[in-house]
Every structure is written in structure tokens, then in C-alpha cells.
Design a binder for this molecule. Structure first.
Ligand code: PLP
Length: 393
């Protein structure tokens, strides 16, 4: 059996081949192992497995062959030594925090992160004695200025949601490392196909596999990637003990998702770029946020740091909330739902949904205008999508 390691093969090959360990049955497609425990040949073998002397499966909370195949494949694609799969993207973030931090530690985080991550930091990490300072994503001086003696973790998403702001990952990694801290990047929007943060100096990559890795909106899951020491030991031992484990079936769906991730991402990116260019020309549209547009303030950084611009865009209608709701309600193809990274195009009004709990001042400070509409561009025909958005414009 060939060992598909990342040094030798390109990401397209790794996405299809890495992590598969064929059984004696000679199956071509990867099998699913729906078993909670594994059987040992003897009492001595059981003892050797439990003590860690002999590697192998014990119990599916922390050792399952299908989950391992998904972990090895994603690790190869991100260029990571270790990967720990989790039950959801949120449990991947939780496992990272609990695995690496202790009471009295401090997090510096981008303000423009997934809303539930903000709540995790503010309500639950704070309860455990871990405080967070939030900074503007692209303001490097703010990252530097927020560091305290007890800072241990930097956390960010780039591009941000819904305004698609970027930050130079290498630059933030350097600030983190100068200050005795790790950088964790939530790479959910780009996936390893478009951006590989570990190669840019990040220490941890986090995924919600629920989004593009599944790609068809079926299963919940997540992953943490990084070194053997941080992820393979610290994060893994939290998972093993606390049990936010990825289900075997979901792992199988995701690893099949990885096989088509390259071609799906290319198609998402092409559709999104074309839609962004078209939106920019519409009379009713005041502004389009998409890193692939020459008008995007960080277009050059996007070209340098990512291999393509992603499938997520947002645009502001001149008519404010009324115009945004009218456009959303007039669509017949787009799904009105907050999920993203699906073959189906989804549309949301951030100011009254994902960002609805912010005060008016907070919305203004973070650029969430009343006329803002976010689209996760799917794989439908691009002309059909333009017509769908034009209908209520
Ligand atoms: C959805 C999402 C999460 C949370 O993932 P779940 O799988 O829903 O728990 C975290 N980060 C980002 C950027 C997301 O979009």
C-alpha cells in the first residue's frame, strides 16, 4: 500500500488517495466502520493497546478507522502532522481552547468571526477564567496592542464573513510568535484548496466540515489540525476524555466530500467571481464585497495568500433593509438560510439574522449595513442565479 504523504503528491491527488488503508477484502471505496468498540486477540493484546505499547483501535470515542482516514486525508491536504476530527466546527474550537489553554490565559481574537465563536469566548471561556480581547481583523497594530503578559492564543478567520475582509496570516503569525502565543486560523471559508494557513506560519487550523468539506449540507463535523505536540497530544487527549467525537458515518461523508473538494471549490469560485462582477454593474447596488474584484481593498493580498477568491460574497443595496428583504423574498432559486458552503446558493440578511443581536452602533462599527445581503454562491447555472437576484432588484 502506497503511503500518500504530502511531500510527494499534489493536493488533488491527496484529496482522493491519502489516508486510505485497504482491508483484506480489497474494497476500492473506503469502508465505514460503525462499531463502538474493537476486539482484542488476547488479554495481553488488550493490555498492550490500553497502555499505548501497541497502536490500534480500542473504542470509537477516540479510535475509529473511518474517522482516521478522514483525519489523515485532511491532514495531508493542509500539510499538518496531526488532525483531530470533532462532532462540529464549534467543538473543534472548544477542543482547541480547552486543549491548549488554562485559567488565567488570554486570547486575542478578530472581531469578525463566526457569531457563535464570539459567544463561546465571551460566555464560556470567560467563565473558565480565559479572557478575550477583540481587535479589527486587518489592523496589525491592534493585534500587537492587544497582547498582554498572559496572552497565549491568537484567533482569526480570513476572509471574514460577511464583508470578506482579509488579513496577512504570516504577519499575524509573526506577532503571535514574538509574544509567546499560538495562531489559530478558522479556515472554513477557503478550505485547504484555496489557503493553507500552516504553510503561512499559523500553528493551528480549524474547520467546520459542515460547510464546504461536506459541500452538500448534510452532516455536522469539524477538525483541528497542527503539530503532533499541540494537536496530536493536547487537543487529542481532550477529545479522548471529553468525547466531542465525529460520527463514523459523517466522517465517511466528509472524506468522500474531500475527493471532489478541488473541483467544487473551483466551480464555486468561478460562479462567485462572475456574480460579483455582474452585481457591481447593477444600478440598485451600492457596493460589492468580494476579494476577487479589483475594487476590493485587499485584492493583492488575496492573490498572494489564496489560490482563488472563494464562494462567499456580500453586497449592499441602496434601498436599505426594505430593498434587501424585497430582493431576498423575490428569489426562487436561492435558499433563505444561514448555512453556507453548499452546492445550493444560500442568501441571508445579516443585519436581522446572523448579526441581529448587535446594537446599531456595533453594526455600524462592523460595517453591517441595513442593505447588506450575503450570498454563498452555489453550483447552479450562473445566468439563472443572475436572473434570480435581478427579479427583486
Ligand atoms: C459554521 C461555522 C463554524 C461552526 O461550525 P459548526 O459545524 O456549525 O459547529 C465555525 N466557524 C465558521 C467560520 C463557520 O462558518
Amino acid at each position: 500500500m502506497i503511503d500518500f504523504n504530502e511531500a510527494e503528491f499534489a493536493i488533488e491527488t491527496l484529496a482522493v488517495r491519502a489516508g486510505q488503508h485497504r482491508t483484506n477484502e480489497g474494497e476500492h471505496s473506503e469502508p465505514i466502520f460503525p462499531t463502538s468498540s474493537f476486539v482484542f486477540g488476547s488479554a495481553a493484546e488488550a493490555a498492550a493497546r490500553f497502555s499505548g505499547e501497541q497502536p490500534g483501535n480500542i473504542y470509537s470515542r477516540f479510535t475509529n478507522p473511518t474517522v482516521r482516514t478522514f483525519e489523515e486525508r485532511l491532514a495531508a491536504m493542509e500539510g499538518a502532522e496531526s488532525c483531530v476530527a470533532t462532532a462540529s466546527g464549534m467543538s473543534a474550537i472548544l477542543a482547541t481552547c480547552i486543549g491548549l489553554l488554562k485559567a488565567g490565559d488570554h486570547i486575542v481574537s478578530s472581531r469578525s468571526i463566526f457569531g457563535t465563536t464570539t459567544i463561546l469566548f465571551n460566555n464560556f471561556m470567560a467563565k473558565l477564567g480565559i479572557e478575550t480581547t477583540f481587535v479589527d481583523l486587518s489592523d496589525l497594530d491592534a493585534w500587537k496592542g492587544a497582547v498582554k503578559a498572559n496572552t497565549r492564543l491568537f484567533f482569526l478567520e480570513t476572509p471574514s464573513n460577511p464583508l470578506t475582509e482579509l488579513v496577512d496570516i504570516q504577519a499575524v503569525a509573526d506577532i503571535a510568535h514574538d509574544n509567546n502565543s499560538w495562531l489559530a486560523v478558522d479556515n472554513c471559508f477557503c478550505t485547504p484548496v484555496l489557503q493553507q494557513p500552516l504553510k503561512l506560519g499559523a500553528d493551528i487550523v480549524i474547520h467546520s466540515a459542515t460547510k464546504y468539506i461536506d459541500g452538500q449540507g448534510r452532516c455536522m463535523g469539524g477538525a483541528v489540525l497542527g503539530s503532533k505536540e499541540l494537536v496530536g497530544t493536547e487537543v487529542y487527549s481532550f477529545l479522548r476524555t471529553a468525547g466531542p467525537t465525529l460520527s463514523t458515518f459523517n466522517a465517511w461523508v466528509f472524506l468522500k466530500g474531500l475527493e471532489t473538494l478541488n473541483i467544487r471549490m473551483k466551480a464555486h469560485c468561478a460562479n462567485a467571481l462572475e456574480l460579483a462582477r455582474w452585481l457591481e454593474q447593477q444600478e440598485a447596488v451600492a457596493k460589492v464585497h468580494f476579494p476577487g474584484l479589483a475594487s476590493h481593498p485587499q485584492h493583492e493580498l488575496a492573490k498572494k495568500q489564496q489560490s482563488d477568491f472563494g464562494g462567499l460574497l456580500s453586497f449592499e443595496l441602496k434601498g436599505g433593509r426594505k430593498a434587501a428583504w424585497k430582493l431576498i423574498d423575490a428569489t426562487r432559486i436561492c435558499s433563505i438560510t444561514a448555512n453556507l458552503g453548499d452546492t445550493k446558493t444560500t442568501i441571508t440578511h445579516p443585519a436581522t439574522t446572523t448579526h441581529g443581536r448587535l446594537t446599531d452602533e456595533q453594526k455600524q462599527a462592523s460595517g453591517i449595513a441595513d442593505g447588506l445581503v450575503r450570498v454563498s454562491v452555489g453550483l447552479e447555472n450562473i445566468e439563472d442565479l443572475k436572473k434570480d437576484l435581478a427579479r427583486g432588484m
